[in-house]
Ligand binder design. Structure first.
Ligand code: AGP
Length: 600
């Protein structure tokens, strides 16, 4: 959560910082601020609200300077307010800091600093950093930073500037992401690479315990007191991926990109009728006795689909839990098992902590991740990239489709290694991107459905077997962007309690595409109908019977039932999108949420 940006190199910091923050706004958007070191003092402007509010407040301010820092916040300690917005200043306003993460020992530090006479102006944990810096300042920003960081517990990525040394920015990373872009005339510090892309594709991914000393003429990085060789990576992402390209929202744009994402991954991993995963070179998949799948939210739902797929086509046992549970369980593990961690951002704190536990217990770890160079990719034994491109909308769509595609391919790969014939499955897989395109072309149908249902006060989403996770994911999409209570449920469980909820005011989305379990699902729908629930049914094209017997049936192209989760989630994404638009919600930046959940 929270996005930080810093720029070193003379220029208009107002523009540079605001442009950068806009690209990081998806990480948090309850308040924002910027600071520059200029004319012997720190100029700071910060406001509650989105970046647009800050931009208006900055008006015509002249922020030409050599160093500047900015922040967009997702509140943890202290409600969203001007005072709690970053950057935070010390008592004499000589230093300014922006921070992403949580300082866990901020209370004892604050007490200590208060006793020494420091005056605090916010309720944040972050403010202790800058007062501690003031307390320990020895005339040199870098050596002071070393001292300060040695006193901090918890997670942090931070950038700090000083009016005493207005050409210098110091930064530190432990547990929260920070990347440096190396452009010709400036260094750009940011929580992810998107603000950097407009200047350069050359980046340095910082590691935990890295400390950075940066001025226009020099960049120095140390780790645990030792100088570190600077490793520059070249990123392939393009800045156009961070633009809406004519779509009203990033979410709709990203939904449209999904067929291309599946095609790209199939082209990368299927060669001459065989599934290939060069990424797994150092791992012998045949020695893997079971998978321990870890993820949060949408990534967890992808893993749930994966469980059915691995079991069915590869005969591989799968255990799955949300990362926030894995990390605190008393794990009884098979040493031959392997942890498969799924994450779009690669920065989700719970997922990282769960993976750390598997590593501590000597279990092999593989990441399925969208962000090159993210923390997750740098802690695991191997990474399979999902290549979905930058995902900006807080509600994940194309990253989910990419995760599913990789999990299917991985299951097919293991099945192939186990000597199973996968050629039929591969043929069926080829038809999936076009089926997804057909659903998207039919978006007016989901707009119509949304028009008829956006006033419902609550929704149930039902599915069975492979489409039970689809029900969970469809419900998550609806609740996170439209704020309508929505619950996903395995349809067979309804009779054990939730059916009591059904009446004429309950909208029930039923996933009933063709599968071996279709008849059972149909009976469950009958049970809802006879209790006057308002059903919306997703069925396979050609199923005329259901169209005759039920109202509000929408059809999706028929694909092999194994692949139905990849197709069936798309109508639910579109439905949630249009409901949110009709309710006037902020689709790409829903309230209370942030794209990367980098705190526990
Ligand atoms: C999805 O729409 C959510 N915004 C959220 O559940 C997300 O999938 C979750 O926070 C995990 O994020 P990650 O994939 O970046 O780890």
């Amino acid at each position: 959560m929270c996005g930080i940006v810093g720029v070193v190199g003379f220029g208009d910091k107002k523009q540079e910082l605001i442009d950068g923050l806009k690209l990081l706004e998806y990480r948090g958007y309850d308040s924002a601020g910027v600071a520059v070191a200029k004319d012997g003092r720190i100029e700071v402007v910060k406001r509650k609200g989105k970046i647009a509010v800050l931009e208006r407040a900055l008006g015509r301010a002249d922020l030409h300077a050599t160093v500047g820092i900015g922040h967009t916040r997702w509140a943890t300690h202290g409600a969203p307010s001007d005072a709690n917005a970053h950057p935070h200043l010390d008592c004499k306003r000589r230093f300014a800091v922006v921070h992403n993460g949580i300082i866990e020992n901020y209370l004892p530090l604050k007490e200590e600093l208060l006793a020494k006479g420091h005056k605090f102006t916010s309720q944040t944990d972050t403010e202790v950093i800058v007062h501690l810096f003031e307390e320990l300042y020895d005339g040199d920003m870098f050596s002071t930073l070393e001292e300060v960081v040695s006193r901090l517990e918890g997670a942090f990525a931070l950038c700090l500037i000083s009016s005493e040394e207005p050409e210098r920015l110091v930064a530190a990373r432990k547990g929260s992401p920070l990347v440096i872009g190396m452009a010709e005339d400036k260094y750009i510090f940011a929580s992810d690479i998107t603000p950097i892309l407009r200047y350069t594709k050359k980046v340095i991914y910082l590691d935990d315990y890295d400390l950075v000393d940066c001025s226009p003429s020099r960049l120095r990085i140390t780790n645990r007191g030792r100088g570190k060789e600077i490793k520059i990576d070249e990123v392939s992402w393009d800045i156009s991926q961070a633009q809406r390209c004519g779509h009203p929202h990033f979410m709709l744009k990203e939904i449209h990109e999904q067929p291309g994402v599946i095609r790209r991954l199939l082209a990368l991993h299927v060669k001459d009728g065989k599934v290939v995963f060069p990424e797994l070179e150092g791992i012998d998949p045949l020695s893997v006795s079971r998978l321990y799948v870890v993820g949060c939210g949408t990534a967890y739902h992808a893993g749930l689909v994966g469980r059915y797929v691995f079991e069915r086509i590869a005969g591989l046992p799968v255990e799955i839990d949300v990362a926030s549970e894995w990390r605190y369980r008393d794990l009884v593990l098979d040493p031959q098992g392997m942890c498969l961690a799924i994450s779009q951002s690669g920065e989700t704190a719970d997922t990282l902590a769960a993976v750390e536990r598997f590593k501590d217990l000597g279990i092999r770890t593989v990441a399925v991740c969208n962000v090159v160079g993210s923390s997750l990719t740098r802690m695991v034994d191997a990474t399979i990239l999902t290549h979905a491109g930058i995902e900006i909308s807080v509600a994940s769509t194309k990253a989910y489709i990419a995760q599913l595609t990789i999990l299917y391919l991985l299951a097919l790969y293991i099945a192939q290694l186990r000597g199973r014939d996968i050629s039929g499955y591969l043929q069926e897989f080829d038809a999936v991107p076009s089926a997804v395109s057909v659903v998207i072309e039919n978006k007016a149908e989901y707009q119509r459905l949304a028009k008829h249902h956006h006033h419902f006060g609550s929704f149930l989403y039902l599915g069975r077997n492979l489409d039970y996770p689809t029900a969970l994911e469809g419900a998550l999409k609806l609740k996170e962007i439209s704020y309508i209570p929505a619950e996903g449920y395995p349809a067979g469980e309804m009779k054990h309690g939730p059916i009591a909820l059904i009446d004429e005011y309950r909208a029930v989305v039923c996933i009933a595409t063709d599968s071996f379990i279709y008849d059972k699902m149909f009976s469950n729908i009958e049970e809802i109908k006879s209790r006057r629930g308002k059903t919306i049914i997703l069925a396979s094209a050609g199923n005329e019977r259901i169209g005759k017997e039920m109202k509000e049936v929408v059809y999706v192209p028929k694909v092999h039932e194994l692949f139905s989760p990849i197709v069936n989630i798309v109508p639910l994404q579109l439905f949630a999108y249009y409901v949110a638009v009709m309710r006037g919600c902020d689709v790409d930046q829903p309230r209370n949420l942030a794209k990367s959940v980098t705190v526990e």
